[in-house]
Design a protein around this ligand. Structure first.
Ligand code: GLN
Length: 477
């Protein structure tokens, strides 16, 4: 029986001959088949993955050095391009579309020896918090199948949660990696803006989007981050800063300085049990010699409105390219004129939530409302950056809940505003551009897991991963 606990342990077993990449892939294909009802995958590349595993096994046996992700079985969200493979953003408007190039992140994973086992279900164009807005249907949470896995990267979270691959990629514009990680009881990292190239990632809101990583150990997540990060000539928003060897820098005895936002932890939307767990964690950290202090923060009720004004504005522009002309779904052969043709194609091709956001974004950018909404939201973003960056002058981390509640029941989030408001704790990191991670530390009396979210200053993924490692190691002790 193949059993997986970490890349490190898997590599040791490959080296001592007790397993092979083919065995690993066979194991995952079997697991995927047993869990088809969870609906995590859009497409599984069974034959291709087995072929690649064979080639990797042969290369190792003939003495070729193993790459850092040699044989690591990875699933990728259906918004990340993988040359010659389907790419649809879980939307009817792109159904049947094949990627003509690979995302930089994917190329780097492959160059490091990874095996891509399939593409993963998500909310259409990464818009949503439940994975119920997908052209492929909803994804189920493997811990309680009556509940959602979170979104928008629900398939990516479930693939790791249910043991259908070792690591997965998602995208995080406002929490889409951290919130499903929280709902599914696994680790979810959103790197800082500009850490990983967005080349080949389907854009939702370009000044917020980042590729993120799901895993079960901090070491695995650090390794994947280190492989994918760094300058890329195809994306000028990626930092030129050198990429640290994250996975080599994890162990630390450091005593850190933590801040928590008083208004966030005392927000009426927060489930009392989650609040208590986070407060207790703060006390525990203090008792262990770390500094833990409350800081004032008066913008908490502005973050969700600012996020939805700015991201829908960017989305309305980004999604204008899906017009039925150059690629993707096309209808309207009986249309009167070009405008009519666009309207028919877009009305049929996009789902309800995506249309809602395009309309909202078009509205906030319209001449009469631009200053009232878009300019104001930009000001909030600037104020938020100033306040959060000021906190990072005195503290290493800000800790928060990841979500105010545990995984919703399927069908429960039928009011879009209620769904948006539940993003209160995750959108901050995207508005500011700093890295943030959700760590599976707690369990609710309703049986569901929930996480602790930690945010660090921009480009300080090293400290973030170190503290993640410290917190999860303490949990095990
Ligand atoms: N739930 C958020 C939204 O619907 C986050 C989406 C994301 O990060 N892609 O916009």
């Amino acid at each position: 029986m193949f059993a997986y606990s970490s890349v490190e342990q898997y590599h040791a077993r490959l080296q001592d001959g007790s397993t092979t990449c083919v065995q690993a892939v066979e194991h995952y294909l079997d697991q995927i088949n047993q869990c088809l009802h969870l609906n995590a995958f859009v497409t599984v590349y069974a034959a291709e993955a087995l072929e690649r595993a064979t080639a990797l096994d042969n290369a190792r046996q003939s003495g070729t050095a193993m790459g850092p992700l040699h044989g690591v079985v990875i699933g990728i969200k259906d918004v990340i391009s993988h040359k010659d493979h389907g790419l649809s953003a879980a939307s009817n408007i792109l159904k049947g579309f094949t990627a003509i190039y690979s995302a930089t992140a994917v190329e780097r994973l492959l160059a490091a020896g990874a095996i891509i086992i399939g593409s993963l279900n998500c909310d259409e164009f990464a818009m949503g918090s439940t994975n119920e807005h997908s052209a492929y249907g909803k994804v189920l949470n493997a811990i309680d199948e009556t509940r959602v896995p979170g979104g928008s990267s629900g398939g990516s979270a479930v693939a790791v949660q249910a043991g259908l691959c070792m690591i997965s990629l998602g995208s995080d514009t406002g929490g889409s990696v951290r919130q499903p990680a929280d709902f599914c009881g696994i680790i979810g990292l959103k790197p800082g803006y500009g850490r990983i190239s967005r080349y080949g990632l389907i854009s939702y809101a370009s000044s917020f989007d980042q590729i993120g990583i799901f895993g079960t150990t901090v070491n695995d997540v650090a390794l994947a981050l280190e492989v994918m990060s760094g300058a890329d000539e195809y994306d000028s928003t990626v930092s030129q800063q050198e990429v640290p060897a994250y996975s080599q820098l994890l162990p630390t005895e450091k005593k850190f300085r933590y801040a928590y936002l008083h208004s966030a932890l005392h927000h009426p939307a927060l489930d009392p049990e989650i609040k208590e767990a986070i407060i207790n964690k703060g006390e525990e950290l203090q008792a262990a010699g770390h500094t833990v202090e409350a800081v004032d923060f008066d913008l908490i009720d502005y973050v969700v409105p600012a996020y939805y004004v700015l991201t829908t504005a960017e989305a309305s522009s980004n999604l204008s390219r899906y017009d039925g002309v150059k690629f993707g779904y096309r209808t309207g052969s009986d249309s009167k004129d070009l405008t009519d043709f666009y309207k028919m194609t877009r009305s049929e091709g996009f789902g309800k939530e995506v249309k809602r956001r395009i309309m909202l974004g078009t509205f906030v950018l319209s001449a009469g409302y631009y200053d009232a909404y878009f300019t104001r939201a930009q000001r909030v973003r600037q104020l938020l950056c100033d306040q959060i960056n000021a906190i990072f002058k005195n503290y290493d981390f800000i800790f928060l809940p990841t979500s105010p509640v545990t995984a919703f029941r399927a069908g429960e989030m039928d009011d879009p505003i209620a769904m948006y408001l539940a993003d209160i704790y995750t959108v901050m990191a995207n508005l500011v551009g700093c890295p943030a991670i959700s760590l599976p530390l707690f369990r609710h009396s309703n049986g569901m897991p929930f996480g602790l979210q930690v945010m660090s200053a921009r480009f300080d993924e090293v400290s973030l991963l170190q503290v993640a490692n410290q917190l999860l190691t303490q949990k095990k002790d």
